[in-house]
Design a protein around this ligand. Structure first.
Ligand SMILES: [Zn+2]
Length: 92
């Protein structure tokens, strides 16, 4: 058994990385260290039982509480455009 298979044994939902009892299915896509590792920015796809999917952003400081923001398709698309625009402006 690989690690990936082992993580998903409990949940019967395809593309869910959660284990154990959970009310929201999540697919973990990226964990990005920021500000010299003082923050971790995580991007997930989430799906609560009985409702639609969305993008979940988590900002986790090295010390302290995490903040979770859930975005629908429209907000996630606007964020993607803003990030792309910002990155293009700072690239040399
Ligand atoms: Zn699940």
């Amino acid at each position: 058994m690989t690690g990936a298979e082992g993580r998903n044994v409990v949940c019967s939902v395809k593309r869910c990385d959660e284990t154990g009892t959970h009310t929201v299915h999540r697919l973990y896509l990226a964990s990005i260290p920021a500000e010299s590792g003082r923050w971790m920015l995580c991007v997930n796809v989430f799906r609560p039982h009985g409702s639609g999917t969305g993008v979940e952003l988590t900002t986790a400081p090295r010390h302290g509480h995490s903040t979770v923001v859930r975005l629908g398709t429209r907000a996630a698309g606007l964020l993607r455009e803003a990030i792309t625009d910002a990155v293009e402006r700072i690239e040399p």
